[in-house]
Design a binder for this molecule. Structure first.
Ligand code: ADP
Ligand code: MG
Length: 373
């Protein structure tokens, strides 16, 4: 029988709001892209799976009616995981998602990363990537903290599984004590001097609510008009299942802020224009490095950590023009393209996950047909 290739977009259903899912706008665009590619797509929450009937109560958007409608779907060929960790019933949600992942008939891609440590550790294994990964250790106590400060004299401490720059603290060794600047768990900036390593440890554990922490060499990042910036690089698999940089944008932090996260009040700019201004003689070379890392890092993470379809890489450019991996996100947002008015990039970034879904579904179908022959 000739049934349409189907992709399930896995998310968390919000029971209270009008829109059925937290990323409704994005999902609507995904469904439109899927249609354009001849795929069938629906959004579902893992709690709406009927295990006995092997079907899922899923949602699709009808552009004709301009509304969402729900019905039962057979298990899809491919699942695009857009489930974010956290939230009150996440244990149940993740349990159900895990059970679905065990279904051998479904190809999954895009799981959540456990944290930054998993990423750095995986990338360290590759000698050509290593010079671009900041020296990082899990913060287990004052011994590690002391040796990292001694080695680098300027360090960053941040939650392994943090986001939005919350709980990120910068520490400079002074002649007597340590200067600590950062953002607390509510993203409020603070600055204070501390006398001892134990004092530093207490401070960072306090602002991050005792989450697992990493200690990392501080990077002397280049500044644009007095603000730190990083290059958000969206890398996605294309219709041939190959990594390709979709586009980049520079995120410039608020003046004086130690982080460049947009949540901290930053702005976005076009990468080339910014780099041209900062490094007139070398910007071409830096752009090439960004593109090379943009493909090499996801290739490594894919090999080490499972099947992914996209990453948002935060790349830092230091004062010497050297490019560093600051963070990798396996569930990137795409709004940065709207902020720089790159509507073509935004469109491609929405199309890619569905192109890759189609690639996976076809691959699976062809394999199935061969083995049945
Ligand atoms: N080692 C570092 N050296 C210099 N700046 C850093 C370093 N680590 C993080 N930053 C700054 O802090 C921001 C937030 O750090 P990041 O690791 O991305 O954490 P989060 O997950 O909270 O976004 C980065 O975008 C960058 O501007
Ligand atoms: Mg970040």
């Amino acid at each position: 029988m000739n049934y349409p290739l189907t992709v399930g977009i896995m998310s968390y259903r919000n029971r209270s709001g009008l829109a059925p899912f937290s990323e409704s706008g994005y999902f609507r665009q995904l469904i439109r892209s899927a249609r354009y590619l001849g795929l069938r797509a629906f959004v579902f929450c893992p709690l709406d799976i009927d295990w006995v009937g092997r079907k899922i109560y899923g949602y699709s958007f009808s552009p004709e009616k301009g509304s969402w409608h729900a019905k039962y779907y057979a298990f899809p060929d491919v699942v695009y995981d857009r489930l974010f960790p956290g939230g009150s019933i996440s244990g149940m949600l993740f349990g159900a998602a895990k059970r679905l992942r065990k279904q051998r008939s479904i190809v999954f891609f895009g799981r959540a990363l456990r944290g930054k440590w998993e990423v750095y550790r995986s990338a360290y294994k590759y000698p050509d990537l290593k010079p671009h990964i900041p020296d990082t250790m899990p913060l287990t106590g004052t011994t590690v903290l002391g040796s990292m400060i001694k080695k680098h004299s300027f360090i960053f401490i941040k939650p392994d599984a943090g986001s939005q720059g919350k709980g990120v603290v910068q520490i400079h060794a002074l002649r007597d004590g340590y200067k600590c600047r950062g953002r607390d768990n509510l993203n409020r900036p603070f600055s204070t001097n501390v006398q001892t390593l134990t004092g530093v440890l207490n401070l960072v554990r306090n602002v991050s609510h005792r989450r697992r922490l990493l200690v990392q060499q501080g990077l002397y990042l280049n500044h644009f008009r007095g603000s730190t910036f990083d290059i958000r690089t969206i890398v996605q698999k294309n219709e041939q299942g190959q990594w390709e940089v979709t586009g980049t944008a520079a995120r410039v932090g608020r003046r004086g802020s130690i982080t460049s996260n947009l949540h901290g009040g930053g702005s976005a700019l076009r990468t080339e224009a910014l780099l041209k201004q900062q490094f007139p003689d070398r910007y071409q070379e830096i752009l090439e490095k960004i593109n090379w890392l943009g493909v090499s890092i996801p290739t490594a993470l894919d090999k080490e950590l499972g099947r992914f379809g996209e990453f948002g890489l935060d790349l830092g450019v230091d004062k010497n023009g050297h490019v560093w991996l600051i963070e990798a996100n396996s569930k990137p947002g795409r709004t940065v393209f709207l902020r720089i008015r790159a509507y073509d990039l935004r469109r491609t970034s929405v199309l890619r996950p569905m192109q890759y879904s189609k690639f996976l579904a076809l691959q699976r179908k062809n394999r199935g047909e061969t083995s049945n022959a």
